[in-house]
Design a binder for this molecule. Sequence first.
Ligand code: GLN
Length: 276
Amino acid sequence: MVLLSPAERDAVVARLRRAGCVWAEDETRLLVEAADGPEALVGLVDRRVTGEPLEYLLGWAEFCGERVTVEPGVFVPRARTALLVSAATAVTGPAAAVVELCCGSGAIIRALARRLAAPRLLAAVDVDPAAAACARRNLADLAVPVFAGDLFDPLPAAWRGSLDLVVANAPYVPTAALDLLPAESRRYEAPMALDGGPDGLAVLRRVAAAALSWLAPGGHLVVEVGEVQVDGFRAVLAGAGLVPAVVRDDALDATAMTACRPGCGRHAGPGRAARR
Ligand code: GLN
């Protein structure tokens, strides 16, 4: 925290505003709070005006009401992904076994850990060692193990067929659209956290193909997709033997898809949330 005179504070706000920061007042407050001295503050503002994401400068992002640690390159959790969290919570009962794939910072499983009733197993996976290390830091107080590896590969084989919920905010941006992302994403986030291959579904297709054998009967896969990908991914999920449903939130500009492994009525579809 740095103590600034009103004139010094106004100068920081003006500099951020000139650089195109829409929320310059808020960003000033957060950077002043994060800096441990006047020189550190100048350094942070210098980096911000060159376009470095605020979250990397602060070292945290807000997600579902909590501050989650983010580290350089690790995907910054987006507000829209709160829809995936609420969709997953709505289809999952108590004492669930839950795995987050493509976990990045681990923000989703952290939010689920706080919302689900007494989950019996929580774990996260990311192929990027930097993301896995960041997730370990975010999940240490919850004692959630984080595996480094590709999708389901690093999970204990004994978990096959027993997961009640698998969540993933997998990369889904079509490769050709990466250039259209905001510069903050393009320049600072790891491309592997964003690049979903030619149609954006390359990773999600592999998640869907493996999900049936890892889910328990009645268990759900819940993912985020781009709105234009809904029809394509619905067909992928159905082809993988799962029963898909779409959840859309226009205010968040978010689309999530749930997909149930058909099975015992105990864990049946979205209706069950209403019964609880
Ligand atoms: N740009 C997308 C977003 O902001 C990327 C998400 C993804 O690929 N998982 O939500």
